[in-house]
Design a protein around this ligand. Structure first.
Ligand code: ARG
Length: 458
């Protein structure tokens, strides 16, 4: 079997070492990116006359052949006998292109190669994910449109706080997911320096044209320090960190929908295609999509902890520990892609239950702050108004009567500034419409926000 390092060794590696160290099952994922890197490399080698133009063409043809022959699933044929993706391409290139195949790895190490291919791979994946996040955002905007003017109780401490538009609540998640998208974009923006040409750690005594490689492969510049280049996986830590923050938000979105789907709420009804049943209780229709998102968030956080810990305390420069960067990174990218897709479908098809929401905002406590602000508008100092409304809340609770049923005489015992206008305050539309501040749940502003997002996400 092909090996990139046989000469020094008098014996074949032990089978259990091979099984322990081979990475083709995981890094075959990089095959397309690595073929692209090899094409640029074959061109560069001819440019600097380390190989002839003819040899370069033979290598390029060979790389095309390898690409055409590769089928998903091929990895099963090779993962026990081939160490990694780099070895695979080397072996195949020698097979299909002949002896000139032996020149492709000139002045190269797998240490600089693997970082280069991983960055190219990440560039493609993060670009795809950007669109997937936009898709989920679009689905949330669609929910906000369907919600129209529906008002729900907003919560703090999971206790009813103040009425808010359902659309405002949904757009809160659009806001958060869009910052996550920006964070991933920032991470991608820092993956702009070409690693290739750093060699194993020290660079090379051969005249490689790194600037040419950078241009061919779409990097803005060449990396400035060969040791930092092969030693570091901060790009993976940063990607996983941005993904972990995205999942932190997805898990909260999931939790809200789980709550809204529960019997005490019944605000949302999931489409049958995006809900699951129970093997024992025939009546059940469960929100498993959201529970899996909430649960998988833990797995993603685990991958972030892993990539940080893998690198912690490593001496300069490359160490084989770094190979462990890929399983978690690839898994996180796959899981994120899948979660965003299924969330999109679930959100696009769910329906909101207006009657349940209307019932939920028939709770006097939700309007206490509106009474407070009404008093402040009538000249009562804030602290005094707070005290007065608090006393009214306590009085109504002790009497076991809704606040809005207190007589005007009772109300005026708490503040002389109260008049008959107070009764109109106990209304969801009145409450949200009264808001004045930028970014609030005021329906006119929410409508503008909705339009802004529709434009951004078009
Ligand atoms: N598979 C390795 C990694 O992912 C790259 C190969 C470097 N191997 C080596 N023995 N220097 O980091």
């Amino acid at each position: 079997m092909k090996k990139l390092w046989g000469g020094r060794f008098a014996k074949e590696a032990a089978q259990i070492l091979k099984e322990f160290s081979y990475s083709f099952k995981v890094d075959s994922e990089l095959l397309q990116a690595e073929l692209r890197v090899n094409r640029a490399y074959a061109r560069m080698l001819a440019r600097v006359k380390l190989i002839s133009a003819r040899e370069s063409r033979t290598l390029l043809k060979g790389l095309d052949k390898i690409e055409r022959a590769w089928k998903p699933g091929d990895v099963c044929r090779y993962f026990e006998t081939i160490e990694d993706v780099h070895t695979f391409i080397q072996q195949e290139l020698e097979r299909v292109a002949g002896p000139v195949g032996k020149k492709i790895h000139t002045a190269r190490s797998r240490n600089d190669l693997v970082v280069t291919s991983t960055l190219l791979y990440l560039r493609a994946k993060l670009t795809e994910l950007d669109e997937k996040i936009r898709g989920a955002e679009r689905a949330l905007v669609g929910c906000a449109e369907r919600a129209q003017q529906a008002v729900i109780p907003g919560f703090t401490h999971l206790k009813k706080a103040q009425p808010v538009l359902l659309a405002h609540h949904l757009l809160a998640y659009v806001e958060l997911l869009d910052t996550d998208r920006a964070r991933l974009g920032d991470a991608l923006g820092r993956m702009d320096a070409l690693p290739l040409g750093s060699g194993a750690l020290a660079g090379s005594a051969l005249p490689l044209d790194r600037a040419f490689l950078a241009k061919e492969l779409g990097f803005k510049k060449v990396s400035a320090n060969s040791m930092a280049t092969v030693a570091d996986r901060a790009f993976a830590a940063e990607t996983l960190s941005a993904l972990a923050i995205l999942w932190m938000h997805l898990s909260r979105l999931a939790e809200d929908f789980i709550l809204w789907n529960s019997e005490p709420f019944r605000f949302v009804e999931l489409d049958d295609a995006f809900a699951t049943g129970s093997s024992l209780m025939p009546q059940k229709k469960n929100p498993d999509v959201f529970e899996l998102v909430r649960g998988r968030t833990g797995v993603i956080f685990g991958h972030l902890m892993a990539i940080l810990t893998i690198q912690k305390g490593l001496p300069m420069s490359y160490n084989r520990d770094l190979q462990e960067d890929k399983p978690g990174l690839f898994d996180a990218l796959r899981k994120t892609d899948a979660a965003l897709e299924v969330l999109r479908g679930t959100l696009e098809t769910c329906e909101f239950n207006r009657a349940a929401m209307a019932q939920a905002v028939e709770d006097d406590g939700l309007y206490a702050t509106d009474v407070l602000e009404y008093l402040v508008r009538r000249g009562v100092p804030f602290a005094e108004a707070h005290e007065a409304v608090g006393s009214a809340v306590r009085f109504a609770a002790a009497e076991d009567r809704p606040m809005k049923d207190l007589t005007i005489k009772e109300w005026r015992s708490f503040s002389k500034k109260i008049d008959g206008g107070i009764y109109a305050l106990f209304d969801p539309q009145t409450s949200v419409s009264a808001k004045k501040t930028a970014g609030s749940t005021q329906p006119g502003l929410v409508k503008k926000e909705l339009a802004r997002w529709q434009k951004i996400l078009k």
